[in-house]
Ligand binder design. Sequence first.
Ligand code: 5GP
Ligand code: ZN
Length: 114
Amino acid sequence: MSDCIFCKIINREIPATIVYEDDKVIAFNDISPAAPVHVLVIPKQHIDSVSQLNEENVRVLPDIYLAINKIAEKLGIKENGFRVIVNNGKDGGQVVYHLHFHLIGGKKLGSLIV
Ligand code: 5GP
Ligand code: ZN
């Protein structure tokens, strides 16, 4: 996806602070952090959103969650806990249409905003 900012981060066309990378997944600091730790964990394969998951591309989800655990460990938030948020679509508050998992922690988080 040539006009997707997260694909551009994957391709090193725009800069980001990358905190984790493997062959299927990449993770980088959110440009506008909501907490001391706020990392975006994304599949390297472009998928617009949760609602675009299908029988084939859904296989990336285990890789995402394994990466989340590794990153949480690396950043020292695994023991105390963290939150994973995925916004989907207009009403879900999704702004960037490349599937991403917000990994948020580093402090005691408040209750969910609805
Ligand atoms: P959404 O609202 O789509 O779930 O979240 C998009 C997230 O991407 C936001 O938290 C926003 O701060 C982050 N973001 C948007 N543009 C960039 C960028 O160019 N670089 C980085 N690192 N994060 C971005
Ligand atoms: Zn993309």
